[in-house]
Design a protein around this ligand. Structure first.
Ligand code: NOJ
Length: 984
């Protein structure tokens, strides 16, 4: 063998390096395969409803909606109006009867539900001998709704209703009004006499009634073929009514067309937000074409969209059909409770009272049009008036986000895959060696024995317990993936039981449905079935999932469900679930049901633990629906390691936050591809402000754990991670608020400043809860500064050096690679824990720092919530919840209890009694404090003036645009106690 000389080998090495570098540069640009997913035109009911809207618009003033509320049928009692809508059809003398109920709730929300009598009574025939249910799907509420539906005792029918209308006054102080027009049917919602929402204003209400298929001698239309024949009448164009083919799969549609549709107009509202999950701006775009607008409606049909694209109304993995409309100082909203494929068109129309007024007095109406393939027409209306009011009404209905364990909001390290248990332990050690904090390491599908979930590969993971033990030594956790597809392989006990107990999803013929996913041929557990959920849940028992320990938690992926050989990478719509509901009806709920079963299983995986009160489960889900927030976190799926995806993650997370699912994050670093060092560094800086903060990478990527970075970037990333850990008390407090009020954990500008119109469309900067911390992560390559928008004339201070900025307007913030543009708004108090630790669990008894940022008025306020970070004891009062107030008038800072005492309060306080506030920093300190050297501290129970003690004080004059600041050293007060510090 020829031996290469040193020179030759180094030439080769250089060449190889060059090739490797070039490979990085030309990493293939990847993009979604559009042909795998339907456009509106390829989705029969979408096409029909758009055509319906077009013909309504074309005949404009002569268009009359054929839906009339039969006045004689209307009754109102105990907060509920009932009646029958009659739909005139051209093919029959007899109208179609559609029962309607309008429910007015104590909370001030209203629900409008429309069913179809014939289907309700089962008086229809199904095609193809289908075993499917005949009713419209009416169980979405079973999954999505958990409260807020107490009927209002105060709602009352007003006597002054115009003829042909019913008028109901409701809401606190009956400031809300619903005016229901009978012919044509429509509803107007008013708040304090002002109109905010109109239903069926454009006459697009459409409930496709059942009709038999009359076989005419006509050629079946083939997929992709254009329909050139002019329809006789719209309702008679059958071209999309029956069997529908797409991507080589034919949907048999045994019930024929049954879509529901409605237009919802927000008069005077220019911005609408919500309906995640999509890429694109937070303030939703118009969808009917034109400059800068989408051509297709926003689609909600949970799907595994490989290499999803930016700025698109295409569907993604999850669906929350909740929308807010916002204008200056007013927010209203709707929730479209339907789990079938759904599309939403948005059009904004400018109108002005006087066409010659050149914009004076003109305003924008946002017109939306919602359509779903099947099920009830079921819509909730919220009248605000603030974004928080709307989100909290929605959260009251669908549930507040879970208060997670503390580790869950710390830093997670994932990749597809850590390949052995030794590999996991090695990564764990390397984090420690580099002094980089992390709480959770994740295992992707390769840990299993041949993709058989609930097993471990015996060769690569021979000692899972030992691995979890090492993690546990530093209070760290393991999260393992468990997907819903179960490998079809004889002798695998999980599949054997699934089959023998008949707990899998069925195909249209009622036999077990077989499809293709990671393991190859697979079956899908049907978590709509109570028996299947129970069975699934018990698989998590330590005795069943052998090798799992108490610090193992779960990741439910592929739960849209993702089926590699299915239509649009999911299940056929004519598959059957428990109760013979078609998959079509329940599709968007599928992911939620799996997480529900996993969550329940984890709560009860061990009798001892359960008896002791249980530990809060952690489950990450990819697919979700309204209500999934009750059970854990979500992430935005398979993003890409490029700047566009980093940028897109912010509006996506903000959108989820204002839609009731705030525990959201994106794969840090980007899933596909290898990020540059700069991109990875910037992504960690952004990720430190994601509510769910996890690094993840595809199996084909290079390792990129932060300790592998060169010194410079490693140091910067470590700083970002330490910042996350230092601010964990603020994060946890924000998570607590979310679990009580639905408040987003990171908040967009419109949410925090609903009166500031200039901020409504801003979606690249955000507040952390109510802390006043305003961050604008850098998402542009090579950027060394950002333009940050300040909404008001409060002062804002740089988080690290207290440089002072004043609004309103844009300010330039320097942002070299080692800086995250992070400001503190005057008037807030932020709790922190400054000692660097390996994991959050090790910070449990660490002291606190309070950062008091005085506002223009010399005041500040803030809070802290803490508990044991893992159990449910907080439900019995085992927590500390303090409000801190700095009063300018008395020049004092006080801590006040805002918690509610319970059985376990004193025990917890006792445990925490030595946890102190070790430092108080006051930013924007008054110059009159300059010569002060100590402050008076008095504690609750020792408030008489004589008993106060002194604490050291220092004043630092800010130079060159920086604020003066002061520090109180070791005030000797406990975080859970009542105290007052006087600076007078
Ligand atoms: C798809 C998920 O989105 C991704 O995060 C995961 O790594 C792969 N499935 C493999 O399980």
């Amino acid at each position: 063998m020829a031996v290469m000389s040193r020179a030759t080998s180094s030439r080769w090495a250089k060449l190889l390096l060059l090739v490797a570098a070039l490979c990085c540069l030309v990493y293939p640009a990847v993009s979604v395969k559009h042909e795998n997913f339907k456009t509106c035109d390829q989705s029969g009911f979408c096409k029909r409803n758009r055509a319906y809207a077009d013909s309504a618009a074309a005949s404009s003033s002569s268009w009359v909606s054929p839906y009339v509320l039969d006045s004689a049928s209307v009754t109102f009692s105990k907060g509920q109006l009932s009646g029958t809508i009659l739909k005139t059809v051209t093919t029959s003398d007899r109208p179609v009867r559609l029962p309607i109920t309008i429910s007015f709730f104590e909370s001030g929300s209203v629900r409008v539900t429309i069913d179809e009598e014939k289907r309700q009574k089962g008086e229809i025939e199904l095609r193809h001998g289908s075993k499917a249910r005949k009713e419209r799907y009416n169980e979405a509420e079973k999954w999505a709704i958990v409260g807020g539906t107490k009927l209002s005792s105060g709602a009352a029918a007003a006597q002054d209703a115009q003829p042909g209308t019913s008028k109901i006054m409701y809401g606190l102080g009956t400031k809300f009004e619903a005016i229901i027009s009978h012919s044509p049917f429509g509803i107007e919602f008013k708040r304090d006499g002002e109109l905010h929402i109109k239903l069926n204003d454009r006459g697009l209400l459409n409930v496709e009634h059942w009709r038999p298929k009359i076989d005419k001698p006509q050629e079946e239309k083939k997929e992709g073929e254009d329909d050139n024949t002019e329809p006789k009448a719209l309702t008679e164009d059958e071209s999309t009514w029956w069997d529908e083919a797409f991507g080589g799969n034919t949907d048999t549609k045994p019930r024929g067309p049954e879509s529901v549709a409605l237009d919802v107009t927000f008069p005077g509202y220019e911005h609408v937000f919500g309906v995640p999950e999509h890429t694109g701006p937070l303030s939703l775009r118009q969808t009917r074409g034109g400059d800068g607008n989408f051509n297709d409606p926003y689609r909600l049909y949970n799907a595994d969209v490989f290499e999803y694209e930016m700025n698109s109304p295409m569907t993604l993995y999850g669906a929350i059909p909740f929308m807010q409309a916002h204008k200056k100082d007013s927010t209203v909203g709707i929730f479209w409770l339907n789990a079938a494929e759904t599309w939403i068109d948005i059009v904004k129309s400018k109108s002005s009272a006087n066409p010659l007024s050149l914009g004076i007095g003109s305003h924008t109406d946002t017109q939306t049009h919602w359509f779903s393939e099947s099920g009830l027409l079921d819509i909730f209306v919220f009248l605000g008036p603030t974004p928080q009011d709307v989100v909290s009404s929605f959260s009251e209905l669908t549930g507040y986000s879970q208060l997670p364990q503390q580790f869950a909001i710390a830093h997670h390290q994932c990749r597809w895959n850590y390949v052995t248990d030794e590999d996991v332990k090695d990564v764990d050690r390397k984090f420690d060696k580099s002094q980089i904090p992390y709480d959770v390491i994740w295992l992707d599908i390769e840990y299993t024995d041949g993709k058989k979930y609930f097993t471990w590969d015996p060769l690569t993971f021979p000692n899972p317990i030992g691995m979890q033990k090492q993690l546990d030594d530093h209070e760290r956790k393991l999260v393992a993936i468990i997907d819903p597809h179960i490998k079809n392989e004889g002798g695998y006990s999980v599949v054997d039981e699934l089959k023998s107990k008949d707990l899998a999803t069925h195909n249209k013929d009622g036999n077990i449905y077989e499809g293709w996913c990671w393991p190859g041929s697979s079956y899908w557990v049907d978590c709509f079935s109570p028996a299947a959920r129970k069975w699934w849940g018990q698989l998590f028992q330590y005795a069943k999932f052998k090798g799992s320990a108490h610090n193992l938690w779960l990741w439910n992926d592929m739960n849209e469900p993702s089926v590699f050989n299915g239509p649009e990478t999911t299940m056929p719509k004519d598959n059957l679930h428990h109760g013979n509901w078609e998959h079509r009806d329940v599709h968007n709920l599928n992911g939620l049901t799996l997480v529900n079963a996993t969550f329940e299983g984890l709560v009860s995986r061990n009798k001892e633990e359960e008896k002791a009160g249980g530990v809060r489960p952690f489950v990450l889900t990819r697919s979700f629906y309204a209500g999934s927030q009750r059970m854990g976190a979500m992430w935005t799926g398979d993003n890409q390691a490029n700047w566009e995806h980093l940028e897109a993650s912010l509006p996506m997370i903000l959108s989820l936050g204002v839609s009731g699912f705030p525990f959201a994050g994106a794969d840090v670093g980007g899933f596909f591809g290898n990020p540059s060092r700069e991109l990875l560094t910037r992504w960690y800086q952004a990720g430190a402000f994601y509510p769910f903060f996890r690094a993840h990478a595809h199996i084909d990527t290079r390792r990129r754990e932060p300790y592998l970075l060169p010194d410079l970037e490693r140091g910067i990333v470590t700083q970002a991670l330490r910042l996350r850990y230092a601010l964990l008390p603020a994060w946890y407090t924000a998570f607590h608020a979310a679990s009580k009020t639905g408040a987003p954990i990171v908040q967009p500008m419109y949410y925090a400043h609903p009166g500031d119109e200039k901020g409504f469309a801003i979606d690249d900067q955000m507040y952390l809860g109510s802390t006043g911390l305003l961050v604008k992560p850098v998402t542009k390559e090579g950027a060394s500064s950002v333009d940050m928008y300040l909404p008001d004339n409060e002062k804002y201070f740089d988080y690290s050096d207290y440089t002072s900025y004043s609004g309103p307007g844009h300010v330039k913030i320097e942002a070299p690679l080692d800086r995250i543009p992070l400001l503190m708004r005057g008037g807030h108090i932020v709790p922190r824990r400054d000692r660097p630790r390996r994991s959050s669990g090790l910070m449990r008894f660490d002291p606190f720092t309070l950062v008091v940022v005085l506002g223009n008025d010399g005041k500040a306020e803030g809070e802290v919530y803490l508990d044991d970070g893992e159990s449910y004891d907080y439900e019995q009062g085992a927590y500390i919840h303090r409000k801190f107030t700095f009063s300018g008038a008395t020049s004092s800072l006080a801590s006040e209890d805002v918690g509610i005492k319970g059985k376990k309060t004193s025990q917890y306080l006792q445990q925490m009694k030595d946890v102190q506030v070790e430092k108080i920093v006051i930013v924007n300190a008054p110059s009159s404090w300059k010569s002060k050297t100590e402050v008076d501290v008095s504690e609750e129970g020792t408030t008489s003036s004589g008993s106060s003690k002194k604490a050291g004080f220092g004043f630092i004059s800010g130079e060159a645009g920086k604020a003066d600041w002061a520090v109180v050293r070791k005030p000797g007060v406990s975080i859970g106690g009542g105290w007052k510090i006087s600076f007078a």
